[in-house]
Design a protein around this ligand. Structure first.
Ligand SMILES: C[S@@+](CC[C@H](N)C(=O)[O-])C[C@H]1O[C@@H](n2cnc3c(N)ncnc32)[C@H](O)[C@@H]1O
Length: 280
């Protein structure tokens, strides 16, 4: 399709003023057969018409939703309304993995796509992994399906997320995942992990003590968090070093660091793979 906004402008011209046509979205997120757009306030009175028009553009789309606010609260519930079509449940496919999701109840971060591809390549056969904020299995499912871990402990505080993860485990025919519906800070496990994934924002550093509690004497933490551009990479390194020391570890090596996406003006969502060893 030619540029999304241009296509919509062409189709909606005459029904929406030229001035307001300029505010039409330039892009969208497609999750399974659902499209999510972010309409500016001046377009909300036309949302039904815009939704129907988008629906007409794509043969494989059953629902169009408008995201009217950021994800909210600790369980990261999206603020989504249906503006055309019907139904908010779908199955999204990525890298041969299937993710059943209700887009009105759970988020699916577009920005973490590279991470979903990268993590399974790092997990060695036989590893034990803890996914502290597993959601519906954004990282757990690709690791379970594409790597050969011994076990993944997948923890989430949101019952909807754990219910969908259970469905996704069946859908992807994986058997190494144990789901845990709890606040990850209150979980104790029967074994320690080679790798701990911290896919939550912001102030993720508050959960580092719990992450060290899950780790073997030597292991990797995949630490997501938000920092101002001018704090990279000194501040996250300092936080990891200090928290390691408090937990009886030392920061051996930063194996990987990257900006995942822009979180707010001059604030980045970053990820760091850090290797730690227990202090002798
Ligand atoms: C942002 S979502 C997961 C994002 C995901 N990693 C991705 O790639 O899209 C964060 C998840 O953390 C969960 N969560 C928040 N606080 C938690 C806690 N204290 N313990 C366990 N899970 C928690 C939320 O319910 C949510 O499902």
């Amino acid at each position: 399709m030619k540029q999304f906004r241009e296509e919509l402008k062409g189709r909606l011209r005459g029904r929406i003023s030229e001035d307001k046509l300029k505010s039409l979205p330039s892009g969208f997120q497609k999750i399974g057969n659902i499209i999510i757009v972010n309409l500016k306030p001046e377009l909300l009175q036309f949302k039904k018409d815009i939704g129907e028009t988008i629906l007409d553009c794509f043969r494989d789309v059953k629902t169009v939703c408008n995201k009217f606010d950021r994800v909210k609260n600790q369980t990261r519930t999206p603020s989504i309304e249906v503006i055309a079509g019907d139904g908010t449940e779908t199955i999204h496919t990525e890298n041969n993995c299937f993710y059943k999701i209700d887009v009105a109840k759970l988020m699916f971060a577009k920005g973490n796509m590279r991470e979903r591809g990268r993590l399974p390549l790092l997990v060695k056969p036989g590893e034990t992994v803890v996914d502290m904020f597993c959601g519906l299995g954004y990282f757990t499912i690709p690791i379970a399906k594409l790597a050969k871990p011994k076990k993944i402990y997948a923890i989430d505080i949101n019952p909807f997320a754990v219910d969908f993860l259970k469905e996704n485990i069946k859908l992807n025919l994986v058997s190494c995942v144990e789901t845990i519906l709890r606040d990850c800070r209150t979980v104790s496990l029967p074994e320690k992990a080679d790798r701990v994934i911290m896919g939550y924002l912001p102030r993720t550093y508050e959960f580092l003590p719990a992450a060290f509690g899950f780790l073997k004497d030597s292991g990797v933490i995949h630490y997501h968090d938000t920092f101002r551009e001018n704090e990279l990479w000194e501040k996250p390194r300092k936080i990891l070093g200090e928290q390691a020391q408090k937990a009886g570890y030392w920061l051996d090596k930063i194996r990987y660091k990257a900006v995942v996406k822009q979180f707010a003006p001059r604030v980045c969502h970053i990820v760091i793979d850090a290797k730690f060893r227990r202090t002798a």
